[in-house]
Design a protein around this ligand. Structure first.
Ligand SMILES: Cc1cc2nc3c(=O)[nH]c(=O)nc-3n(C[C@H](O)[C@H](O)[C@H](O)COP(=O)(O)O)c2cc1C
Length: 181
């Protein structure tokens, strides 16, 4: 079975809390035999969806940018990890802009993939991440994929904070392992 995990870092902060959690999840997936790859969305040019629906007519998005190459990688992977900080009760703009471009991929091409979320936030309660987790869950299922759940890691503000929480690192590692196991 093809076990390729593609992880998307929704935070623009290199080495930040989201990326730290993603690295742990990928380590878990790799330890059970998956091939892994990490994509920092903020380093790519992914233009916002124009809502023109040309993709539905012509089978290709009107934009020519880094999503073209990403699309091939997305379809080749069996599992995805979506990582994001909470930005005002929602995913980061980088992750949302990327997700909006999924409209150009027919659902039957993503059907059956397994997807998990990783969410970092400053607030001390997981309730603040509820809308973000729900959005990821609903969107993934709308695309006929399986959402295996989100690891929510509150009380993280600055780069380096996630490393001070071994419980989050363990939860991310286990979730990555369980995603493909
Ligand atoms: C624009 C912006 C909006 C934010 N909004 C929230 C919020 O609504 N609730 C919250 O708990 N944290 C909020 N945060 C804090 C981040 O979620 C937190 O710092 C997180 O750990 C950043 O993850 P990163 O290190 O991967 O960038 C916000 C941060 C920024 C920059």
């Amino acid at each position: 079975m093809n076990m390729k995990v593609l992880a998307f870092v929704g935070s623009p902060r290199k080495g930040g809390n989201t990326e730290t959690l993603i690295d742990e999840a990928l380590r878990g997936a790799k330890d059970v035999g998956a091939a892994i790859e990490k994509i920092r969305l903020s380093e790519l040019t992914i233009k916002p969806c124009l809502g023109c629906f040309e993709c539905l007519e012509k089978g290709q998005c009107i934009h020519r940018d880094d999503f073209d190459a990403l699309r091939g990688k997305m379809l080749a992977a069996s599992h995805w990890i979506l990582g994001t900080p909470v930005y005002f009760f929602a995913p980061s703009g980088q992750l949302k802009t990327f997700i909006d471009r999924w409209i150009s991929i027919p659902r039957d091409l993503t059907e059956g993939k397994k997807v998990m979320g990783l969410i970092a936030l400053e607030d001390t309660t997981t309730e603040t991440a509820r809308t973000t987790a729900e959005m990821l869950d609903l969107t993934v299922r709308e695309r006929r994929m399986t959402f295996t759940g989100a690891v929510v890691a509150p009380h993280l503000l600055n780069v380096g904070d996630a490393q001070m929480h071994p419980e989050y690192l363990e939860a991310a590692y286990s979730a990555g392992r369980d995603l493909v196991a």
